[in-house]
Ligand binder design. Sequence first.
Ligand SMILES: Cc1ncc(COP(=O)(O)O)c(C=O)c1O
Length: 388
Amino acid sequence: MNMENTTFFDFDMPVERRGTSSLKWEKYKDKDVLPLWVADMDFRSAPAVIDALQQQVAYGVFGYTIPHDALMEVVVSMLNRQYDWPVQAEWLIWLPGLVTGINLACRAVGDEGDDVMTAVPVYPPFLTAPGNSGRNLIKVPLKKRQNRWKFDFDLLESMITSKTRLFILCNPHNPVGRVYSRNELETLSIICKKHGIVICSDEIHNGLILDEDKIHIPTATLDADTAAHTLTLMAPSKTFNLPGLGCSFAVISDKNLRGRFKRAMAGIVPMVNLFGLRAAEVAFRDCSDWHAALLDYLRGNRRSVEKAVSQMPYLSMAPVEATYLAWLDARDTGLRDPAAFFEDAGVGLQDGNEFAGPGFLRLNFACRRALLLEALDRMATALNHQAI
Ligand SMILES: Cc1ncc(COP(=O)(O)O)c(C=O)c1O
């Protein structure tokens, strides 16, 4: 049943998350701190997803579940339709989490003692995954040019060692909000190919492109050469707010790389649970209206954040092209611990140090607007007070 056509999606509706074992909200339980940290949204899921999961619960059987044909077809046709990417069902590998995929990529490529490169600041598990499998991490700093975070490809190439086997790419990039252009991806791919480096392309934020003049380009779609040395990680979890259901997938066209990835999984990676699989199918197939309304709402929140930050003393940010995360530059505040300062002011942001971005803060604006405005107001008041 398509529930979308006549439904108005009310993202302003308060949803009580306190007392629901929410990671985001439990951190500040019993405190007057508005949590704008971990990357989930405060919104209820799309009605079609809720409906499908309710039917699953009513059925009452929760046995081992395989990714059924309908789900495979939905994903294959979604990738074809959105990205002109002719994926074969056998290239898909289902995973109970995308971070699992990042760690598997580190294990599947190269050997212990090899180097894994990534561009910082970046989502924290990129920084810990290499060490989890005895690899060394090489962090290449992104550079801010014309108020956009960019790769410095000369620097990147100069930091490649003879032991560098894997580059973990985040596109769209959490936390700097970039949607990398074809040109940027091609340059990265050429460098990686030249040095025999596999790209692990984390594209979990692919459905959250906010700039209307930009599109997401899966790295593996650049050309056949790039596809052969790329493994892609995707999920419905960020776009459709399903992270608690633990469902994501890898797309690996190269048979050899796929084989190594599967061998790294053997015996330690469980099947995806049936709710995650069912939700993925419905989200990708039946929720385009909800998704469009969500993007619209997030664009409004982005405007609120950009406006408020531009009026705050000492705080600045680059435009957020994608994701619902703003990367705030607090270096001019002179604060020793900006995250603690804002926490004391009643706003829970994420400390840039966790992303290898000291002096920065990450703000998650995927919440109802009234709460966001209250948080921004608290931040402005605290900063203005501090500035006097
Ligand atoms: C870039 C990126 N990758 C992976 C994840 C998490 O994936 P999962 O919860 O499926 O492990 C996140 C969550 O914020 C993310 O931003």
